[in-house]
Design a protein around this ligand. Structure first.
Ligand code: NAD
Length: 377
């Protein structure tokens, strides 16, 4: 109900270039290198461009809070801790995921070029943002990739049949490269919705789908208060203040996939699962990511593969839509459509989100923040 009411608020459109400029300037005040600051800004805006507002600029105030809590540090270079041919592991040492993710993917591509396949772990990473970014980076280089991710220290998701938080939103991404760069990218949280979507709903954005949340008594809900408690408009939502949980997607099967993300992204990479039975205190936030890279041409004739992929994609898209005005999509289509609209028309943002970013910028002593008022289209 609350989400529905808030979503009637007007949205504003921010020019991508202006958002990148302001956010880059903000991270530079915290000693991020020019490259790191710009990469964080570009990848957050990139998530908005692809329609994943939950992993976009709405995160900016929270990233600064995380730096204060020492959950993430500026300018930490990921270190190669396992170097065993097709197998490697990097330790991001709580550095920004936007940069550590690039190192990890590039390591995987390099090794898959030599061996045909590679498996790369990334442990102790700051937030890796939109995981589809990493599948896209591999696809740009012509590689298929799988990314199994968990979120250490983040308990948000109830297991199938449970009523409290026992797991993270643990995303999964799979990328299939395409010659025209319109790659096929499945990129999804293994919870019914990503936590950021609850945050977006709380800030007046798109309401949550039915059954997205469960309160502590086991009732399904769409009210973000279940996750954050009652908060004021200018407060940063903190999931530690809520008593409910996000549901795992896909009933018992989705709950099982969510569990396996902890095994692969958390236990196997050495990053750690979201929480353990003997924990005395909350674990420090980190993304763990296990990625597999496959060279298509070392497996099968490239022309055959391309034709089969295109043929099947067209076959699926041609299914008569159940909604007469609808369109059948394959993984990644929605992001491609949204990207072209937003590149042309700017990023739609709830006014409170932009206001929170500007307030954070002012706290960082960035003066004359209103020059970015021109960003509002
Ligand atoms: P979503 O539900 O919007 O989309 C999931 C997938 O479904 C996408 O591949 C999309 O292309 C596809 N899709 C969407 N609409 C479709 C349609 N009508 N027909 C066919 N396919 C369709 O995504 P989500 O699960 O809410 O995840 C949002 C983002 O959150 C992702 O980018 C994910 O990587 C990110 N995430 C990150 C973390 C982290 O810790 N870094 C944690 C959780 C989620």
């Amino acid at each position: 109900m609350r989400g529905n009411q808030l979503s009637k608020k007007p949205e504003i459109r921010i020019k991508v270039k202006d958002a990148i400029e302001l956010i880059t300037e903000m991270f530079k005040t915290k000693e991020c290198s020019d490259y790191e600051a710009k990469t964080i800004a570009e990848r957050l805006c990139g998530a908005n461009l692809k329609g994943h507002d939950s992993h976009g600029i709405v995160r900016v105030p929270r990233y600064f809070e995380w730096m204060e809590r020492e959950w993430v540090f500026a300018n930490r270079k990921a270190e190669l801790v396992i170097d065993a041919g097709a197998l490697a592991c990097l330790d991001a040492k709580q550095g920004f995921g936007q940069v550590a993710g690039e190192y990890a993917v590039d390591e995987g591509i390099k090794r898959a070029k030599t061996h045909g396949v590679s498996v790369v772990g990334l442990r102790n990473s700051g937030h890796l943002g939109r995981i589809g970014d990493w599948a896209e980076r591999a696809a740009d280089a012509g590689f298929i990739s799988f990314h199994f991710v968990n979120v250490r220290g983040s308990l948000l998701v109830a297991p199938f049949g449970g009523t409290d938080r026992r797991g993270s939103t643990s995303p999964l991404a799979i990328g299939i490269p395409s010659k025209d760069k319109e790659h096929i990218i499945l990129d999804m949280a293994t919870s019914t919705v990503a936590e950021g979507k609850v945050m977006v709903a709380q800030k007046g954005g798109k309401p949550l789908p039915a059954g997205a949340l469960v309160d502590s008594s086991g009732n399904l809900s769409t009210n973000p208060e279940v996750m954050y408690g009652k908060i004021g408009e200018d407060e940063v939502p903190d999931s530690e203040n809520g008593t409910g949980a996000i549901t795992a997607f896909g009933l018992h099967k989705g709950s099982g996939i969510n569990f396996m993300m902890e095994m692969l992204g958390g236990a196997l990479t050495g990053s750690g699962v979201s929480a353990g039975i003997d924990d005395k205190e909350k674990r420090k936030f980190a993304n763990g990511m296990l990625s597999i890279y496959i060279s298509v041409e070392k497996m099968v004739d490239l022309d055959y593969f391309t034709k089969e992929v295109q043929s099947y994609a067209s076959f699926v898209r041609a299914s008569p839509p159940s909604d007469k005005n609808g369109k059948v999509l394959i993984p990644g289509d929605k992001e491609i459509i949204t990207n072209s609209d937003r590149m042309a028309n700017g990023l739609p943002v709830a006014p409170i989100v932009w206001e929170n970013i500007k307030q954070t910028a002012e706290k960082l002593n960035i003066h004359n923040v209103d020059r970015f008022q021109s960003a509002i289209i």
